[in-house]
Write a protein that binds this ligand. Structure first.
Ligand code: 5GP
Ligand code: MG
Length: 189
C-alpha cells in the first residue's frame, strides 16, 4: 500500500480539517489506468454495459470509461445505504433506471467503495434477474475488514483499512466530492 503524505492542513480551506491524504489525484489516475488494462484483458474487444452506482462512482466511472477502448453502453443506478446509529443496518434503497437494458449483455458494475458489500450484493441480484450474459464488479476502493455480505470485486483499485474517506466523488454529508485526492477523515468525525 501507498505511503500517506502525513496529516494535516497544507491542503487548502475546502479540505476537511485534519484530513490525511491517502491517495493523490495523480496516483488515482495511474491506478485507474491499470484497472482499465485489467478490464481490457478480461473483455477484449467485446461490448460491455457499465452500470455506475451513483453518486459516489461518478468521477471514477468518468475516468475509467475514458481509459477503456472497447464499445460500451453506460447506465446508472442510484444507491443510498443509510449509515449511522439512527438507522438500522442494511437499509438500502436502489433506484433503477427503468430503461435498464442488460439482457444478454456483459455488465460491469462500477462503484466507489466496497464496504459491507450489501449494496453491490443486492445490486448484483437485481441485475442477475435481467439475465445478463455476465456480471462483474469494479470498485475503486475496497475495505475487506468491513465485509458483511459475501461479495468479491473482480477489479479493485486500492485496499484500505477501516477508514472513512472522502474526495474523488466520495462525500461526507454531501461535501468534498470535488476534491481531486482521496482523503481520510479522522475517526469520530
Ligand atoms: P456497502 O453496501 O458496501 O456497505 O456500502 C457501500 C457504500 O457506502 C459505498 O458505495 C459508499 O457510497 C458508502 N461508503 C462506504 N464507505 C465509505 C467511506 O469511507 N466514505 C464514503 N464517503 N462513503 C462510504
Ligand atoms: Mg456508493
Amino acid at each position: 500500500m501507498t505511503e500517506t503524505t502525513g496529516a494535516p492542513m497544507t491542503l487548502g480551506n475546502h479540505y476537511p480539517s485534519q484530513a490525511e491524504v491517502l491517495f493523490k489525484g495523480s496516483e488515482i489516475h495511474a491506478r485507474v489506468g491499470e484497472m482499465a488494462a485489467d478490464i481490457r484483458d478480461v473483455y477484449g474487444d467485446e461490448e460491455i454495459t457499465i452500470v455506475a452506482v451513483l453518486h459516489g462512482a461518478l468521477i471514477f466511472v468518468a475516468d475509467l470509461m475514458r481509459a477503456l477502448p472497447m464499445p460500451m453502453h453506460l447506465t446508472a443506478v442510484v444507491a443510498s445505504s443509510y449509515r449511522g446509529a439512527a438507522t438500522s443496518p442494511g437499509e438500502l434503497e436502489i433506484s433503477l433506471n427503468s430503461e435498464l437494458d442488460i439482457a444478454d449483455r456483459h455488465v460491469l458494475l462500477v462503484d466507489d467503495i466496497l464496504d459491507t458489500g450489501r449494496t453491490l450484493f443486492r445490486l448484483k441480484q437485481i441485475v442477475a434477474a435481467h439475465h445478463p450474459r455476465s456480471v462483474r464488479v469494479a470498485a475503486l476502493v475496497d475495505k475487506p475488514s468491513r465485509r458483511v455480505a459475501e461479495l468479491k470485486a473482480d477489479f479493485v483499485g486500492f485496499e484500505i483499512p477501516d477508514l472513512f474517506i472522502v474526495g474523488y466523488g466520495l462525500d461526507f454529508n454531501g461535501h468534498y466530492r470535488n476534491l481531486p485526492d482521496i482523503v481520510a477523515l479522522p475517526a469520530g468525525t
